[in-house]
Design a protein around this ligand. Sequence first.
Ligand code: SF4
Length: 325
Amino acid sequence: MTAASQEGQQAGKRVLLAKPRGYCAGVDRAVVTVEKVLEKYGPPVYVRKEIVHNRHVVENLRERGVIFVEDVSEVPEGARVVFSAHGVSPAVHQEAADRDLRTIDATCPLVTKVHKEVNRFDREDYDILLIGHEGHEEVEGTAGEAPDNVQLVDTAEDVDKVEVRDPSKVVWLSQTTLSVDETMERVDQLRGRFPHLADPPSDDICYATSNRQVAVKAMAAECDLVLVVGSTNSSNSKRLVEVALQAGASAAHLIDYPNEVDEAWLDGVRTVGVTSGASVPDVLVMELLDWLAERGWSDVDEVTTANEKISFALPRELRDSSPVR
Ligand code: SF4
């Protein structure tokens, strides 16, 4: 035992480590998809938007020859492009086809499920109220399935602005990575205006988002500080910070790397909670645990609220030996 950890134990310093945390099945599938395309065809591989919202993952793939673009118009005609886990609208698929791009779609199947719900309710001529964050890629892709019949509801103020054609034919759907509690608040507000508001056929907030929130809630009240490993553009990671604070953590911060921890945050702290967003490889959490151990927080207890066993098959083009066109 090092002097730091001995001293830490005497001072009652400990770490509570949330489980589940980190990579979800959709992120794993998306990252492996890009790796397989790199392996099979070699660089450069074009990816529309960040494949997943994590700095480390994106920087690592960039070093290996991935070119991230904002728009398919930046991909040379006829080249190969991967669509990110967040999904794309039919307009993007069409633009890619017009440019004769060879596409591989790494959209998470749970995002695709929400796209299909939009299609179904659009066919049935519902007004669709999509709860989500304005400007988020997933929301743009989902709303793009039926741009004329989808209205985005982000803030409480947005609820008042909604206008529908027939109040008896209104349904709410949501982005997959929201705070469960906040979303239900928004639904209650909407239902106050539209008592016949229909619910989604199944939860749109995905298992990974809700499981990570349950895990951080279970430990937050015991924590003087919660550190969430994740990037600032990661919706589900940002929600973990909010949920930790709402569930009683004295402080909570989002960091990509241990060197972003302000040592002043540790003043007077005994219990540090650690978790990570669904796009974060566990190696980054291990680096944070090492960093904390060097400062006396070497006593780590895992707080387990679920064991995840979900995995998704790779996109069809990568499952067998058939070449990607
Ligand atoms: S967070 Fe949920 S919806 Fe997003 S990629 Fe992971 S499993 Fe899919």
